[in-house]
Design a protein. Structure first.
Lengths: 426, 495
């Protein structure tokens, strides 16, 4: 036992805070990252291991906060000290929020204690950038390394990657983590330059490219001999802030489209710029535009699963912005009425996917039910819960919309119905 | 009427065995009455049920009910869920579906519109959801006084899912002892064996734990008061589960305070900058070394955004090779892999070209590789990028980079692959079919050879075209290199 304490130089002021206080500060600092996914990784369990943890299939949301967001992971920052001055960020160097820093073991212990009580699926660890990008990344990776190698933890780990960090650190991060992410933050490169002057959009993209290449390598089975080590099996994701600059929905979606195709991202998260404590004078606060964020997620879905391209999606709205009053598929359909009605008994998959109110599963069910005879509206009600919304756009055995599609007030009727149902109404 | 008994409320194996016998005896579903014989009268039975868990995988389900009656595996998977439903009609409904499937309606499950299928899938969905919520909302508390770690939880499911869901907890919490009590029965794991026991009450578990305070701290602080959406919370975390969630009691306070917290943030006048701003602000290190001229050119090209598609690319893919190279090979534009790696000719076309060069014994480290256009132009298509041909405008906008590369490197031989490279090099559109394979003078001291781009070979629709184009490319490269006196001399691997 030693009573001597070596005093090390650290540019980061150490504030003695009890664990509870640190957790409060470092969870508060992490909440602007929307991602809480714990799905899409390999199947693991602990029956043949020494620790706890399992993954596989869909993730589990262990709780929901009153903001409606799922709590699946322990989402914290290692520290909220940061040497960057990103104006939209609660942790920017110029902000006066209270600061704290976890030790590596504190995060490891918290993760295991929460996990063993079934509060969480795993850990999502991010950090403010202290000392140097490499130093910060090393600390983040060390938490994951200890969880995996010392405690044989087999739950989910999501690490935030620091673009400027060295390639070796990225390799170890990918070895221990299920998911890696780097936030592009803003779709417009010029906005990033003015709002986050220390960030480098080129560096962000090159890091995403590096992650994709390493994932390609790890999943490449064509080479014989030694295969590349495991690398972030749940892929990579990113986040864009909505409403901190003047970028249109079209610009945001086009940026997502670029990112999905270039780096095979699993998800792009959209986070409505939301009021933060001690905001910057240069970036005035306004209430978070949750409705806009919601429409972007819907549009993102159309992009990924419904064979829509960005131009088509945006054509449902005006001047590059989506119609906030209607879901983007319905908005598109109302502006392209010449493509309807679609006969659910004859149309191809691609045409069925365009019907407002009909999801991909519904489409698959319609296709597999056709063998059993022509579908009527009663049948459709067993397949989908939103048959009413489809009615003007479809033909069934016992239904034809007649002139409904020619009605000018059709949009207004839908807007009224939507307003009644709207999650955000009031 | 025949009365058939299953042993407990979620007895899938019992149902399956009975159904098999009924089916073999040809008994119509309308003549069968299904009953649950007693609610887990056999306490602490089933000791062996989970032994299979200790091995890697459970044995695969037998896809046949009887050799002459086959049902798809998907039906058994459905049935395993449906038997856990609380509806009394579940066993009979399942047998009826089985009967129909084995009596001429094999594809029954494909028809979501059938009434039985609709009901059964509805049951399965409800059970799946309940099971999922159990995996989510069980909250363990550490039992005090135990010398080893033991955890216990109280949970109230809506259906008979304890047995079905226990496997999840065994696989996840394999190396700790735990017990889950429900109003219908309990499950106990001792790191080796799963045992089902009698029902319990909420008093079977410890009342509260210090860790729950930390969990509530986390819950309160991960919540963003500026985005209150109670409906979304309640939809996914129904109020019926709240009574057993340690975080639930603070929801009301968080909700009540959200509005004023948000308006305070919006109304607050921004204060002065924090005291750390000047001392701690990050400044990226800028390399101070003196750049030679090619490096300078590369550095300026890195920031080029002359073309509209530059912002969609990962990076400028500049030329690569020694400044002293005597041969320069120009391609069209970087492709997907080149864009990601920031190097020319490292994708499929590059591999083809390099294999031809290797066959010609050319030392590639002495060749300067570059492209006419330095940014990848493409159309996003799902998770792929479709190559887009650069327009004449794109080529001309990017041309000055190539001109600068040539005047710095002063190669003796320039090989232009494809019409894009030819246009960029010569400043006008040329017909490749007419000029391919002819060595031409370029400027005062260099020679130029126009030939196919290797991508053209990869795109060829048949083997015949492929080998013809490939031979032509190899011939052209060989001719050019040997006429320029470079083959097997300066460029040879083993000279």
């Amino acid at each position: 036992m030693s009573t001597l304490k070596t005093k090390q130089y650290s540019p980061v002021p150490q504030i003695p805070l009890k664990l509870q206080g640190k957790l409060a500060i470092l969870a508060d600092a992490a909440k602007y990252d929307a991602s809480c996914a714990s799905s899409g990784t390999e199947r693991r369990h602990s029956l043949n291991g020494a620790g706890v943890g399992s993954t596989g299939g869909s993730g589990i949301c262990h709780s929901y906060a009153p903001d409606g967001r799922c709590i699946s992971l322990l989402k914290v920052l290692l520290t909220n000290f940061c040497t960057f001055d990103c104006l939209y960020c609660v942790n920017r160097v110029s902000s006066n929020v209270p600061r704290a820093r976890f030790s590596v073991d504190e995060v490891v212990d918290l993760t295991l204690s929460f996990y063993k009580r079934n509060y969480i699926e795993g850990l999502f660890l991010s950090s403010g950038i202290i000392q140097s990008p490499d130093y910060t990344m090393e600390q983040v990776v060390e938490v994951a390394r200890r969880l995996r190698l010392v405690h044989d933890f087999r739950g989910y780990i999501h690490l935030k990657t620091i673009p400027e960090a060295s390639p070796d650190l990225l390799t170890s991060a990918g070895l221990y983590a299920d998911r890696l992410s780097i936030n592009v933050e803003l779709a417009r490169q010029s906005s990033l330059a003015s709002l986050a002057p220390q960030k480098d959009s080129g560096g962000i993209r090159r890091s995403m490219a590096a992650i994709r290449l390493k994932r390609d390598e790890a999943s490449d089975t064509s080479l014989t001999g030694t295969s590349a080590p495991r690398f972030a099996t749940a892929g990579q994701s990113t986040q864009m802030i909505v409403g901190a600059d003047a970028a249109t929905d079209g610009e945001l979606l086009s940026c997502s489209d670029t990112l999905y195709s270039s780096y095979k991202l699993k998800r792009v998260y959209y986070s409505a710029f939301s009021p933060i404590p001690d905001a910057s004078a240069a970036l005035p606060l306004q209430p978070a535009n949750l409705l806009r964020e919601h429409r972007l997620y819907q549009a993102d879905w159309l992009l990924r699963f419904y064979e829509f391209d960005v131009e088509e999606i945006v054509s449902g709205g005006q001047a590059g912005m989506l119609d906030t009053l209607l879901d983007p598929k319905l908005a598109w359909a109302l502006k392209h009425r010449e493509q309807f009605p679609v006969d659910i008994n004859r149309a191809e998959r691609s045409a069925l996917l365009r019907i407002p109110g009909l999801g991909t599963r519904g489409v698959d069910r319609i296709l597999s039910c056709r063998a059993g005879g022509f579908l009527r509206l009663a049948d459709l009600k067993k397949i989908s819960r939103s048959v009413k919304r489809m009615l003007p756009f479809i033909v069934a055995r016992d239904w034809s919309p007649a002139r409904v599609l020619d009605t000018h007030s059709l949009r207004d009727q839908f807007v009224q119905k939507h307003a009644q149902l709207d999650l955000f109404g009031s | 009427m025949i009365t058939v008994n299953v042993e407990h409320a979620a007895d899938f194996h019992g149902w399956r065995a009975q159904a098999r016998e009924l089916l073999n005896a040809g008994i119509d579903p309308s003549h069968v009455l299904w009953q649950v014989s007693g609610i887990d009268s056999d306490l602490f039975a089933d000791r062996n049920e989970l032994t299979a868990l200790s091995t890697e995988e459970s044995p695969p389900c037998d896809p046949t009910i009887r050799s002459t009656h086959t049902v798809p595996r998907s039906f058994l998977e459905l049935a395993e869920l449906v038997v856990c439903h609380s509806d009394a009609s579940r066993f009979g409904l399942l047998y009826r579906a089985l009967w129909r499937m084995t009596n001429g309606d094999a594809d029954l499950l494909q028809r979501a519109t059938d009434d039985d299928v609709y009901t059964l899938t509805g049951f399965a969905k409800a059970v799946s959801r309940d099971r999922h919520k159990m995996t989510a909302f069980v909250r363990f508390r550490r039992t005090p006084g135990c010398h080893h770690e033991h955890y216990a939880a109280w949970f109230e499911p809506s259906h008979h899912i304890l047995r079905l869901t226990s496997e999840f907890f065994c696989k996840r919490f394999s190396n700790m002892d735990w017990s889950i009590y429900t109003p219908e029965g309990s499950a106990h794991w001792n790191q080796a064996e799963l045992v089902f026991g009698p029902c319990g009450t909420r008093h079977d578990i410890p009342q509260g734990e210090a860790m729950e305070q930390l969990w509530c701290t986390y819950f309160a602080n991960i919540f963003n008061p500026a985005r209150l959406r109670l409906d979304a919370m309640r939809a996914e975390m129904p109020v019926k589960y709240w009574k057993n969630l340690p975080e639930a009691p603070i929801i009301a306070r968080l909700t009540r305070e959200a509005g004023s917290r948000t308006s305070q943030m919006v109304a607050a006048t921004p204060g002065a900058e924090s005291k750390y701003t000047q001392s701690a602000l990050y400044r990226a290190e800028v390399p101070l070394q003196k750049l030679d001229s090619l490096a300078q050119l590369r550095e300026s090209a890195r920031h080029c955004d002359l073309c509209p598609h530059a912002c969609k690319a990962t990076q400028t893919v500049f030329g690569h090779g020694p400044e002293t190279a005597r041969v320069m090979i120009i391609g069209e534009q970087p492709g997907d892999i080149e864009d990601l790696r920031g190097m020319p000719f490292v994708g499929p076309s590059g591999k083809l070209l390099r294999s031809i060069l290797t066959q010609l014994s050319v030392d590639q480290s002495k060749v300067y590789f570059t492209n006419a256009v330095k940014h990848f132009k493409y159309t996003p298509r799902g998770k792929r990028r479709l190559h887009q041909r650069p327009s004449a405008g794109d080529i001309d906008r990017c041309r000055s980079w190539l001109t600068d590369e040539i005047s710095l490197i002063k190669p003796a031989l320039i090989i232009a692959l494809g019409s894009t490279a030819a246009r960029s090099l010569l400043g006008r559109t040329v017909k490749l079919t007419e000029q391919r394979g002819i060595l031409q003078r370029f400027g005062d001291s260099a020679q130029v050879m126009l030939t196919h781009h290797p991508a053209r070979i990869l795109r060829a629709s048949n083997q015949l075209d492929r080998s013809r184009l490939s031979d032509q490319l190899a011939d052209d490269l060989g001719t050019a290199l040997s006429h320029a006196g470079l083959l097997r001399q300066d460029l040879s691997i083993d000279s």
